[in-house]
Design a protein around this ligand. Structure first.
Ligand SMILES: [Zn+2]
Length: 935
């Protein structure tokens, strides 16, 4: 398909916009872009949200596709070597130095390698000292041109990457690896999975890696991107000084785009794997990507809008269709973008999760839906909804323009450098879209849709991945071909958009009153009591200009129900989510919400019922209406329920094929001492699920507003919200009697082991260890100490298990203090996917290091953890969720975990942490769950 032709066809339909379309998009004047003489590009921008923070990125225009055949996997290997010795940072010093400023490896200090790019970042850097900026730039410099690539460091990293490969290998990865040559005939894309070949990772000579580095990591392929709270002139000067001396190699090899040949005949790829839990089928229609030259013009913004509109409307249709009982698939999606992962070819992709044994029917249905959109177009009402939602989102983003985070800018500039994506100022983008979107005609989008869905086999690719099992019958190429032919031949009719044109709540309920108001003891909130007994906490913030958050909890929860309801409890959240509200079915409700940015959901906790939600300041009334409807009028939607049940059944039926899922269930069962109430849902449980009973339970949980506290935080207008609170929350039903939950959940105690083996396609081992103590105190000291203990353990494990023993790719420890109505529990949780041959070594280290903490704690590591926590708390305190939690702790348990936080962090010593560890381990509760591959 000729995309240029397509765009022109679409654009000529828009008279007034057509003039504008040819105009270039002006680049945001707030970003300083420059190019050094050696060819290196830089982007610098000042941004003061949050204050005293910055991000440092370096983007390399090269990745796995540049590898020679003997280098497969080395673009990614090189990425790892950036953290293992550079000119100015020997050994692990980059990681170690970053930790001293509270920047964590894996979290703030990270990188990724894909087919055609490698991008590194140092994030959430505190710019409190000038020296910190210098050092971060020096790290980028060393990545660009100062890697040591020492043979002994390379040797150590081979094992880590081998374990990364093991951890990431799943059924879908195995099949993709196998099938890529068929999906990309005649192209290098068929042989360049970034993880590479393990025989190369284990055996390559260091010079082969150095060759890749020297050939491709060079100034003309690199962009340095720095955004944050600093002086732009100074940073520019530093970049010039530091990066200008880097030399371009003589006769640099060109970065050539790897072509993806067209295919005249359809390509069919059918594969199967024993650990695949379900089947999927995709229909892909390849096309030329939008030429980079066009990306600088305003028309590109229109084309993007039109693409997104077409996909948005089509996805809504597919979602609606899955609710019909005769639909052959449980989920369906449409997308239009890169063909798999090649930027030189795009594809329009229709994919489905077929009902069991209905792969061919699902494929046929996808063809039919694609055709329905292509031949009849979308309707005016569908388009109206899409535009309303787009414009509401535009307003929302624009209103928050002063509170954008540094990483948003860095990511956009990375795309500008690598993909030539435009970077207009937000005011400019807002003005253009606000003016033009109402004028973009539906006919243009319908014309585009026609081009996207060709009626022949040219450039068609069908991918079908199946679950392999004994006696199964798999789709054949002939069968899939036939399904497509039938889909093409079928007589079809235009889509009919059924919309309910009525307000969410037809008649406003009888409003209540705010009968009492007191100021909160701390944190600047107000506590209102309504005439029905409900409590409302109000705290106004402008941390996000476009956000209002609502959290509510009421006494009750699943603990008041017995064994006959266990399955209903487990399906409760999903079933309520699938239901409608008021007079609207699930699908009708989604349509009725067009243009409104508000959402709410109902979650059943153990001893609380929770209804939570969020909206923009403009849509607060809608948010409160949704909450009101969850309390008073959940609409039974049988079709939507049936779809949810069938999807769940398919997922559960074959869950045991996935080793990871089996392990995760084993952890749950062991930690809950085989408690039926907490047991993972299984296929047989589904027979016990009863929709009417779930609706009745929902009614019971929401029968008494007096049992509820609603916390509303954000950028609302107080004068507006108070009458709305009286109108909707004040109108909720209430009664005298409050039913409280019970202490029902069982927990393991003492020493518990669950070690087992399992047959696997790729041998994997994984270990989880948990220590608990239910008799801890809920104090700020303990909360801080637990957090520190988990972080120090993670550092120790990373050093000893990953770096020294090469026994794992990642190990994570978390420790925390958790409080409910009945107890305060301290808990350490460690998870480690291991190399099977080194399982014993890894588990011994996991155990030993926890026990060692009772005796001594590393002062230096503690210092690093403190830096991180002191920085992190400032970032946290800039979110509304943080304040919901703080107010919750204060009101529920009388503990202020904010005011003295920093003081408490600073006061900790190796002795206080060791004493805490000793206290926690005193109970003797330890669980160990280990899965090893069977022979
Ligand atoms: Zn990696």
């Amino acid at each position: 398909m000729k995309l240029k032709k397509l765009m022109m066809a679409a654009l000529t339909l828009m008279c007034s916009a057509a003039v504008m379309a040819q105009q270039p998009i002006p680049t945001d004047p707030e970003v300083r872009i420059g190019k050094l003489d050696n060819g290196l590009t830089y982007y610098i921008r000042h941004n003061a949200w949050p204050e005293q923070r910055a991000e440092f990125y370096i983007a390399q225009r090269v990745g796995a596709i540049q590898e020679n055949d003997d280098q497969r996997g080395l673009a990614h290997f090189l990425e790892h070597m950036c953290f293992n010795g550079t000119e100015h940072f020997k050994g692990n010093d980059i990681v170690k130095w970053c930790e001293t400023i509270g920047v964590k490896f894996g979290r703030d200090l990270n990188a990724y390698t894909s087919i055609d790019r490698t991008v590194y970042n140092i994030s959430n850097v505190p710019t409190t000292r000038e020296g910190i900026i210098d050092s971060c730039l020096l790290i980028l410099h060393d990545w660009a041109d100062g890697l040591l690539l020492e043979p002994e460091e390379i040797q150590k990293e081979r094992g880590v990457i081998h374990e990364e490969w093991r951890m990431r290998t799943s059924a879908q990865m195995r099949m993709l690896e196998r099938d890529l040559p068929k999906l990309y005939p005649g192209s290098k894309y068929g042989h360049r999975m970034p993880i590479g070949l393990m025989e190369i990772i284990d055996n390559f000579k260091p010079q082969v890696l150095r060759d890749y580095y020297e050939k491709w990591y060079r100034p003309d392929n690199q962009a340095v991107i720095v955004v944050g709270d600093f002086d732009v002139d100074k940073v520019e000067q530093k970049i010039k000084e530091l990066f200008s001396p880097i030399k371009m190699p003589e006769n640099p090899a060109p970065v050539v785009a790897e072509a993806v040949p067209d295919n005249a005949e359809a390509i069919y790829v059918i594969d199967k794997d024993k650990e695949m839990p379900y089947s999927i089928v995709s229909l892909m229609m390849k096309s030329e990507p939008i030429p980079e030259e066009i990306k600088g013009d305003v028309q590109y913004l229109f084309v993007e809008f039109m693409k997104d509109a077409a996909m948005g409307m089509l996805n809504d249709r597919l979602g609606e269709l899955t609710k019909k009982p005769d639909c052959p698939f449980l989920q369906g999606t449409a997308s239009y973008g890169q063909y798999l992962f090649s930027k030189t070819k795009d594809a329009f992709d229709l994919s489905a999760l077929p009902k069991e044994g209905q792969t061919e029917a699902a494929l046929k249905a996808l063809v039919v839906e694609g055709r329905r959109a292509a031949e009849f177009g979308f309707t005016a009402t569908e388009y109206q909804r899409y535009k309303q939602t787009f414009l509401s989102e535009l307003e929302k983003d624009y209103s928050n323009k002063d509170k954008r985070y540094n990483n948003e800018f860095c990511k956009t500039y990375t795309e500008h450098f690598l993909e030539k994506d435009p970077i207009p100022a937000i005011d400019m983008y807002y003005q253009i879209m606000k003016q033009v979107v109402p004028m973009i005609p539906l006919e243009g989008i319908n014309a585009m849709m026609k081009e996207l869905m060709p009626a022949n086999d040219s450039n068609l690719v069908v991918l079908n991945l199946n679950q392999e099992k004994e006696g199964a019958v798999y789709p054949t190429e002939e069968g899939l071909k036939k399904a497509i032919a039938e889909g093409r031949a079928l007589q079809i009719e235009a889509y009919v958009d059924n919309v309910k044109n009525e307000p969410l709540i037809a008649q406003k309920p009888k409003a209540g009153k705010i009968v009492k108001e007191v100021a909160g003891k701390k944190f600047d909130y107000k506590e209102l009591t309504l005439s029905n007994g409900a409590t409302v906490i109000l705290k106004k913030t402008d941390l996000k200009k476009d956000e209002v958050k609502l959290a509510s909890e009421g006494f009750g929860g699943s603990s008041i129900y017995g064994e006959q309801d266990f399955a209903n409890i487990k399906m409760f959240d999903d079933v309520i989510e699938a239901s409608g509200l008021g007079n609207f079915s699930h699908t009708e409700l989604e349509k009725a919400m067009a243009g409104k940015i508000a959402e709410a959901k109902f979650v059943l906790g153990t001893d609380r019922a929770n209804i939570t939600g969020s909206s923009t300041p403009n849509d607060v009334e809608t948010l409160l209406q949704l909450v009101y409807l969850y309390f008073t009028n959940i609409n039974k939607d049988q079709e939507s329920f049936d779809n949810t049940m069938k999807t769940t059944e398919l997922m559960l039926k074959n869950k045991s094929l996935e080793p990871q899922a089996v392990f995760s269930d084993s952890v749950t069962v062991t930690l809950s001492a085989h408690d039926k109430r907490q047991a993972p849902l299984n296929k047989d449980d589904l027979k016990q699920v009863n929709y009417d009973r779930i609706l009745q339970m929902a009614k019971e949980q929401t029968s008494n507003a007096a049992a509820f506290t609603f916390t509303i935080i954000g950028n609302f207008d107080e004068a507006t919200i108070r009458p709305l609170i009286e109108q909707y929350l004040g109108a909720l039903p209430s009664q005298k009697n409050i039913v409280k939950g019970k202490d029902v959940n069982k927990r393991f105690s003492g020493e518990v082991k669950n070690n087992f083996t399992r047959k696997m396609e790729t041998p994997k081992a994984i270990s989880v260890m948990v220590w608990t103590n239910e008799k801890m105190d809920y104090t700020l000291d303990n909360i801080v100490r637990a957090d520190m203990m988990g972080q120090i353990l993670t550092m120790l494990y990373t050093e000893k298990i990953r770096e020294e023993a090469s026994a794992a790719y990642s190990v994570m420890a978390l420790a925390n203090i958790d409080r409910d109505d009945y107890r305060t529990e301290g808990r350490i949780f460690v998870v480690c996917p291991m190399k099977p041959e080194k399982g014993d070594v890894a588990t011994k280290i996991m155990l030993d290091e926890v026990n060692n903490m009772v005796k001594s704690v590393d002062q230096e590591k503690l210092g690093k953890v403190k830096e991180y926590m002191l920085k992190h708390i400032d970032d946290q305190a800039k979110t509304n969720d943080y304040w919901i939690r703080q107010i919750g702790h204060l009101r529920d348990y009388g503990v202020d975990t904010h005011t003295d936080y920093k003081k408490t962090v600073e006061a900790q010593t190796p002795e206080t942490i060791a004493a805490f560890a000793k206290e926690l381990l005193k109970s003797g509760n330890r669980a160990e769950i280990i899965m090893m591959p069977a022979e």
